[in-house]
Design a protein around this ligand. Structure first.
Ligand code: GLU
Length: 505
């Protein structure tokens, strides 16, 4: 690649960025970074009716959270700016006019009612109405191909509403190329004459997108499969302008966990997992869950997203963003839809949890749990280190570790049945004695003293360890009992064993 790679992520600010959009951004980012190129953010807000306040900010925050900031975009390195299409409005008309002048586009004056009538008339005959070479010059559609230049001019001057349509060629076979899908052949006769410029004075997506990709010197267009049907028109537009087209790569759909159908924004709430990177509050106040707020690490989200459509061709599943940059190849992205697997996402989070510094996790844990407000963060970090291998989220920590911070106030019923036998009281009294006699209160010394006593007296381990655990934890869970005793200290250990004895007698 001799030319500098430039890719763009071009979302429409019509709401929060769905996880599929984040995947598109990620693949663009990876490709750009891999080739030392630029990752551009362009906001495609030509459809004023669907514009949602705050959506752009949400998109930018999501990219930042994932660790893939854009190089160029609104408010940043604006050398090809502006990057919001609404601020480039003045630019597009001239390109639509150029296409009219070159015979590649035309004015169409048909009203919505007239088009609707055409549609119905076709349906009545069992046909589908397509505005293209079939009928554009037959006389019943009103456009500049059938009107004289003077008539057209008169209509425009009279203020009649019009759109500008692309004149799709008849009887041509297009050969399109896609990096992921290979060669795609399209018969132009099936294409409709898409509107390029609307009556409200705004370009449509198709015109603005092509003009901007050209002006912003985009070399590779990487986007979702839903845009594949637009590829033919886009190629025709590049040809009509006489511009070199960028290369295209259409990413596979993301499928529901069942593998059937596309993952939708609504699936998250229905199936109980987030489909948005960050929590989102809609203008009407409804809140949608986000990966961040649900306790996912951005590294885990990036890693699972990378595997939605791509894999390295080896067994390796754990990839940092840097490793992805070096190993990612568009050629290795597959065509088939990628099934979204919420359990795998959790698996990645569990993995990245283990990589985090205990102190860092402890800081998060402390802010989440009011009981920890006064606790020393270093002590919390020690507790976290002992339990995190059982956790997927920081929000799991409290259930796994509360006994490091608070004295059990009750003893689990089932566990009590299992742990408390005849003679338990005597055993516990003996353990208290052993604990009290352990001068240098270390895990090793406790272990030697208590285990030694058990072996010397040929008492079953369970007979001692189960009630001991019950006393310390209130249940039969948790990490090593000697670690717990050491952590809570001698006095608290004795107090907890005494509490259990009291509850038995
Ligand atoms: N604005 C389009 C979208 O919202 C961009 C499609 C493209 O990348 O060409 O997805």
């Amino acid at each position: 690649m001799s030319q500098k790679v430039r890719v763009r992520f071009a979302p429409s600010p019509t709401g929060p960025l769905h996880i599929g959009g984040v995947r598109t951004a990620l693949f663009n980012y990876l490709f750009a970074k891999k080739h030392g190129g630029d990752f551009v953010l362009r906001i495609e807000d030509t459809d004023q009716n669907r514009f949602v306040e705050g959506a752009e900010e949400y998109i930018i925050k999501s990219l930042d959270w994932c660790g893939m900031p854009f190089d160029e975009g609104p408010g940043k390195n604006e050398k090809f700016g502006p990057y919001r299409q609404s601020e480039r409005k003045h630019l597009y008309r001239q390109y639509a006019d150029d296409l009219i002048a070159s015979g590649n586009a035309y004015y169409a004056f048909d009203t919505a009612e007239q088009l609707d009538a055409e549609r119905k008339a076709h349906e009545a005959e069992g046909k589908t109405f397509i505005y293209n070479w079939h009928n554009r010059e037959k006389g019943h559609l009103i456009n500049s191909l059938v009107l004289t230049p003077e008539e057209t001019q008169a209509k425009i001057e009279a203020g009649d509403d019009y759109v500008i349509r692309f004149k799709s060629p008849q009887d041509e076979n297009l050969i399109l190329k896609d990096i992921i899908r290979g060669t795609i052949k399209i018969d132009t006769n099936i294409l409709d004459d898409k509107v390029l410029f609307k009556s409200d004075g705004m370009p449509t997506y198709h015109l603005a997108n092509i003009v901007d990709d050209h002006l912003m010197e985009i070399t590779h267009v990487i986007r979702g499969e839903e845009w594949l049907p637009s590829l033919a028109l886009h190629k025709l537009l590049y040809d009509a302008f006489g511009w070199d087209a960028p290369e295209f790569a259409h990413l596979p759909l993301i499928l529901k966990p069942t593998g059937k159908g596309k993952l939708s924004k609504r699936d998250g709430d229905k199936l109980g997992f987030p489909v948005f990177p960050l929590e989102y509050t809609a203008p009407d106040g409804t809140v949608s869950r986000g990966y961040k707020e649900d306790g996912y690490f951005p590294e885990a989200v990036v890693n699972f997203l990378a595997f939605l459509g791509w894999n390295p061709g080896t067994e390796q599943e754990i990839f940092s963003l840097e490793q992805l940059v070096s190993d990612f190849e568009l050629e290795k992205v597959h065509k088939a839809g990628a099934r979204f697997d919420p359990d795998k996402t959790k698996w990645f989070n569990h993995h990245y949890m283990q990589q985090q510094l205990d102190l860092h996790l402890a800081e998060q844990f402390k802010t989440m749990q009011p009981e920890l407000a006064e606790m020393d963060v270093n002590y919390i970090a020690l507790a976290v280190g002992l339990i995190k291998e059982r956790a997927t989220f920081v929000s799991d920590f409290w259930n796994l570790s509360h006994f490091f911070f608070t004295t059990p106030t009750s003893f689990d019923e089932k566990a009590s049945k299992k742990a408390l036998k005849e003679g338990t009281e005597d055993v516990l009294n003996k353990v208290i004695e052993l604990v009290n006699n352990t001068e240098d209160f270390t895990v090793e010394n406790l272990q030697t003293n208590i285990k030694g006593w058990i072996t010397d007296n040929e008492i079953g381990f369970g007979k001692v360890m189960m009630p001991l655990r019950l006393a310390l934890v209130g249940a039969l869970q948790g990490p090593d009992v000697f670690d717990i005793m050491y952590m809570i200290g001698k006095a608290e250990t004795v107090k907890r064993i005494e509490n259990l004895i009291k509850s038995i007698s």
